[in-house]
Design a binder for this molecule. Sequence first.
Ligand code: ATP
Ligand code: MG
Length: 439
Amino acid sequence: MFLPDYVLECINALERSGFAAYAVGGCVRDACLGLTPQDYDLCTSALPEQTEAVFSDRRLILAGKKHGTVGVVTGAGVVEITTFRTEGDYADNRHPGWVKFVPDIESDLARRDFTVNAMAYSPYRGFADPFGGRADLESRTLRAVGCADARFREDSLRILRGLRFSVKYRLTVEDETLKAMFDLAHLMENLARERVFDELCKLLLLADARDLLRFVPILAAVIPELKPMIGFDQRSPYHAYDLFTHTAQVTGSLPAQLPLRWAGLLHDTGKIATFTIDENGRGHFYGHASVSAEIADRVLRRLKAPNQLREQVCFLIGKHMTPLAPDKKLLRRRIAQYGMENVLLLFQIQQSDFGGKGTHDSEENHWFQRIDTLLQAIQEEDSCLSLKDLAVNGRDLMALGYSGREIGEKLQQLLELVIDEAVPNAKDALLNAAKKESI
Ligand code: ATP
Ligand code: MG
């Protein structure tokens, strides 16, 4: 296994002082798969103080020292070096009650979640792979280390981590492990919401429609609002799929950006509460966009999502039924109202939402192509679409005799005239327009 120089130097320093040191976990897994690891974690027989002494001439990060981790700052980033340890007593299904340092690597590997993550490599000592992680990688299997049921009871975040590894590396979850994941998903209620949110974000960026469908009962354990969507018949000629299948199609086909993926997942949650059937037996969901936005707000607050992401997701969901159209003036107005970024995201959602209906319609495709062409043209034009681009400002209007709230209102009116191409974005023309209307 290839190790970069800055990692080898750390291993060499520990070995020179008589300690065992290995690269461990994700970096070994990634290297076995022929991927370049994002970072390298080391584990060692040295106790934290001993590691500190070995690297006494380096800058160190000691925040994790109590749990055995010393961070060594190198030119190429921080290398985390953790003393071999075992853990136990997970009374709350989330953290260990105790951590004990041990002299051997096998015990350290035994505390890790999946066999593919429980491998270590040392240029001095070779591979340590007591649970068959390499064989599992070769057969593309995700398997818990030891008894799956016990391991997920210890720390139920491993369930979501397992989904992520399965999706990311295309690993089939071994039967016992899969069964324990489904059976114990309810234990995730005990986890810190931030940790769940973090894992969900990583998963959402990787998952396609099939992944979301396979794992929805587990997702619904942390987002119960998804549960009634599973198998829900929309009673609509526009929809070939049940509500969650549609949701999975939309989410999976969106570009891998968090606001889009979250908006995709939650955009139709409001359909359950707004469902009505007309006399022809056809389903309707009047006002579901704003109900979905309220539900998304609740879900994302509960998961402690950052405010900015939550607000953007709710905005996109709230507007997902307000169609963009191949009309340049309308698009320019929308850009002025929502901002260019949001219009482009909304356009993605409306396309995926349409694509996820499972009914083919070439006329609609043509419609989206025309919008796309117009949006590109508007972006290239560098035209005035917000107050800051307007060729006059508040001071110019004050000089014309405007004061107080009138200024803002007038500026907004002028901006709308420019957006509608009724007046060019030129100072004279705008001052003229402001003057004429105010007399
Ligand atoms: P990533 O590519 O996401 O960083 P990773 O495998 O490196 O994947 P980390 O969260 O960085 O994952 O953790 C490093 C290693 O620590 C894992 O490979 C695994 O061996 C172990 N580990 C991490 N979290 C847990 C956990 N909740 N339970 C058991 N072992 C864990
Ligand atoms: Mg890692």
